[in-house]
Design a protein around this ligand. Structure first.
Ligand code: HEM
Length: 343
């Protein structure tokens, strides 16, 4: 294990820092103390000037695998630098969520939305309540649009998700460039395309069918909730799904199959685990357990992490590519992690 992954495990399993009290808790037994004061790190969603100034229509022709691996490495090193951010969750969840939300506006029937145009830069998409907090992710990546001006926003934001999943120990993700920045504001998707976490399984199926996913792909994608956490200042929901929130594993499914009850608190309906009252599930997560068609896959992925990794990888590539027409010579690239390169 490299020093970077060793650090990640240490942060995950033995130490939680509490900014309001500078209190350090040791051991998972104190995980109930997760619910520290959450202060919004960046209160004003804004049009990032760096992003706005970035050149339109990225040129990817003539760039090699090595060029894109350099961008991957630059993002991964910054992610590593910020391993302690967000109270130990780092940037893995944040960047995965940006890639997903940039892509999750896709409507298969209308052939509209998706990551192609990097449209989340503009209102109303940038100010969609569903995207609250993602200005932090866009700001995190903004410097790479300046450093690598041939990268489009859509390519950069989706590549950020690939970096996050792989560096957190997840599967290799096939990725390719080719998205082009759109500055025509009339092409920016309206709000309401991203899923509402308070709803049931029928609703989730409706949203993911609109994007072109079947039940199996839907369950596989939602397993990304192994990473990161909910923030009351973003969504109203609170807390991580499990203790290893900076490691990509099948833990989401394993935990989902355990006992959960409705949390008693002054916030939206969410569930907490019977065992420690420390971890959370959204109503839409619980719907994966309540609907027998979804439950079948939850059980499969809980038992077989390799199967989850394979299915997640394929579905995530499809998600990131929905709405983009790639030329036939635009082949998938697979990136090495920092560990694999001994960086
Ligand atoms: C029914 C579908 C889904 C719903 C309703 C949903 C809802 C949510 C909500 C409410 C949050 C908390 C945001 C915050 O407070 O900061 C969240 C976080 C997150 N979601 Fe989902 N999500 C869904 C599907 C997905 C999918 C398909 C992915 C990825 C493929 C994903 C990846 C994540 C990640 C990684 C986080 C953690 C973000 C962070 O740590 O900042 N979610 N999701």
């Amino acid at each position: 294990m490299s020093s970077s992954s060793a650090l990640r495990v240490a942060v995950t399993s033995s130490k939680f820092t509490f900014p309001s009290s500078a209190f350090v808790a040791t051991g998972l037994g104190l995980a109930g103390l997760y619910y520290y004061n959450q202060e919004r790190p960046n209160p004003t969603p804004s049009l990032n000037p760096l992003l706005a100034a970035a050149p339109l229509a990225a040129v990817v022709a003539g760039k090699s695998q090595a060029d894109f691996q350099s961008v991957y490495n630059a993002i991964a090193l910054k992610v590593q630098d910020q391993d302690d951010a967000d109270n130990g969750a780092g940037r893995y969840g944040l960047l995965t969520r940006l890639a997903w939300h940039a892509s999750g506006t896709f409507d298969k029937k209308k052939q509209a939305g998706g990551s192609y145009g990097g449209t989340m830069l503009y209102a109303p998409e940038s100010t969609d309540p569903g995207n609250a907090g993602l200005e932090v992710a866009r700001d995190f990546l903004a410097e790479f649009l300046v450093e690598y001006p041939w990268m489009s926003r859509g390519d950069l934001w989706t590549l950020g998700g690939v970096v996050a999943v792989q560096e957190a120990g997840g599967p290799k993700i096939n990725w390719r460039p080719g998205r082009q920045d759109i500055s025509d504001k009339s092409k920016v998707p309206e709000n309401g395309n991203l899923p509402d976490a308070s709803k049931d399984g029928k609703y989730v199926r409706g949203v993911f069918t609109r994007m072109g996913f079947n039940d199996r792909e839907t369950v596989a994608l939602i397993g990304a909730h192994c990473l990161g956490r909910c923030h009351t200042y973003n969504s109203g929901y609170d807390g991580p799904w499990g203790p290893s929130f900076n490691m990509f594993t099948n833990d989401f499914y394993v935990r989902l199959l355990q006992g959960w009850h409705v949390r008693k608190w002054d916030g939206p309906k969410q569930y907490e685990d019977d065992e420690t009252n420390s971890f959370m599930m959204l109503p839409t997560d619980m719907a994966m357990k309540e609907d027998s068609h979804f439950l079948k896959y939850v059980k499969m992925y809980a038992e077989d992490q390799d199967l989850f990794f394979n299915d997640f990888s394929a579905a995530f590539t499809k998600l990131l590519e929905n709405g983009t027409q790639f030329t036939t010579d635009n082949k998938h690239l697979v990136f090495q992690t920092l560990d694999e390169q001994d960086i």
